[in-house]
Structures are given as C-alpha cells and as structure tokens.
Design a protein around this ligand. Structure first.
Ligand SMILES: [Zn+2]
Length: 225
C-alpha cells in the first residue's frame, strides 16, 4: 500500500467502522502474542546459524512455504489442490542473499517428532516441493551442541548443488527460444506478449510469464522497439 493510500485509510477508518456497524469502542479481537515463536531447540540452532553464516546470508526463521513457492499450474483444480498443500506448512529456516533477499536454501531442524508417521509424510512432501522448485534443502538433527565447521560444509555443498541445478535449467531454456511464442522455462507454459510501461524503453514489447510477479522470467524480442 502506498503512503498516500495508507494515510487516506487512517482518516476514513473511524467512519468506516461506523458504516460497517461497529460501535465506538470496538470489541477487542481474541488474539494474544505467542510466547513460543521459536522452540528452545530452534532458538539455539538459530544462534548457531547466525554465528556460522550470519555475515553472508539473512536467516529467516519459520517461513511459510506459500511465501517461497507458487503453483505454476494454470488449471484451477490442480492449483487449489497444490496451493492448499503448501498453505499451512513452513520451513524452519530460509537463507536469503542480502542484496535481493533471494531465497537460496532451506534448512529443517529434525527433532524426535520427525520420526512420527505423519511427520515423515510431511517431510517427504516438503523435500519434494524444494526439489521440484530447484531450491536446496538441508536437514540437521537436533543436538545439544553443533560443530560449526560441519554445518558450514553441509550448507556449502548444498548451495553448490543448487547452483548446478539452476545452470542446467538455463541450458534447457535457451533451446526453447527457437519457437515463436517462448515457453516459460520455470512454469513450462507459453509466455504472453507485454510492453514496457515506463522509462526509456516505454512501449517496447517483450514476452513475460503469465504468472508474473511470482515468476519474473522474460524474453526480449529482437529488433522490436
Ligand atoms: Zn513463469
């Protein structure tokens, strides 16, 4: 929301409340702040991660899978099924590159609950989601103490594999450029013709993904201005 819009909203909010029938003293909503945002084991692992990788990455705890992934299918039924599957799940930690906050790796801290059948099924699904999207995921066993070098090594190896995956994806996408309407390499669906709205290149046409802004893949059209 822009500052201007937010400002307007705060001016009109009291009137809006009257309009929707709320009394002057609105009923307090039944929410309270949780005291267990991170469990003690998550907290101690977070500290270890900060010590090991805090200078290079932003470490986000408890990130909803729906904030990291999207369903690329355009089929309504399939979209709903797979969107619901990631709707209430989260990954314990997400490493992001600080410049663009681009997610580069997920981390799961497995405690004894992960041996339960329902957790196992959930873990396999989460592994598959990361795998499908080409984002590395590493799992660590919950321990009393951690060897920092071991953690760094495991994460660096996973990051390397993630990079290899991305470059292999990029090779396939250039092969698809021969067609008239390019296929989005990420979503595997035909792209759509768009035009630059602002700036020096205003009016210039290009192909963009129909899933924009969740997918920002574009293909330039040579010679078209
Ligand atoms: Zn796409």
């Amino acid at each position: 929301m822009t500052k201007q819009k937010a400002g307007c909203l705060s001016v009109f909010l009291p009137f809006l409340r009257l309009f929707v029938g709320e009394e002057k003293e609105p009923k307090k909503l039944p929410y309270a702040k949780r005291d267990d945002f991170l469990s003690p084991s998550e907290m101690s692992f977070y500290k270890v991660l900060t010590q090991t990788l805090g200078d290079e990455f932003i470490i986000c705890p408890k990130v909803g899978l729906k904030d990291v992934f999207f369903v690329k299918s355009r089929d309504n039924r399939e979209f709903t099924i797979y969107n619901n599957k990631i709707n209430r799940k989260h990954v314990d930690f997400l490493l992001c590159r600080p410049d663009k906050m681009e997610p580069v790796l997920g981390i799961e801290l497995d405690d004894s609950s992960h041996r339960r059948d329902d957790r196992l099924e959930r873990d396999i699904f989460v592994d598959d989601v990361f795998n499908a999207a080409g984002l590395p995921l590493v799992r660590f066993r919950n321990k009393q103490s951690y060897a920092l070098s071991e953690i760094r090594e495991k994460i660096e190896n996973a990051l390397k594999q993630g990079k290899e995956y991305t470059s292999s994806q990029n090779t396939t996408e250039t092969n698809g450029l021969q067609q008239e309407v390019p296929i989005c390499p990420k979503c595997n669906i035909p792209m759509v013709l768009r035009a630059v709205k602002r700036g020096n290149n205003k009016g210039k046409e290009f192909y963009g993904c129909i899933n924009f802004p969740k997918c920002r893949e574009i293909r330039e059209i040579e010679g078209k201005v």
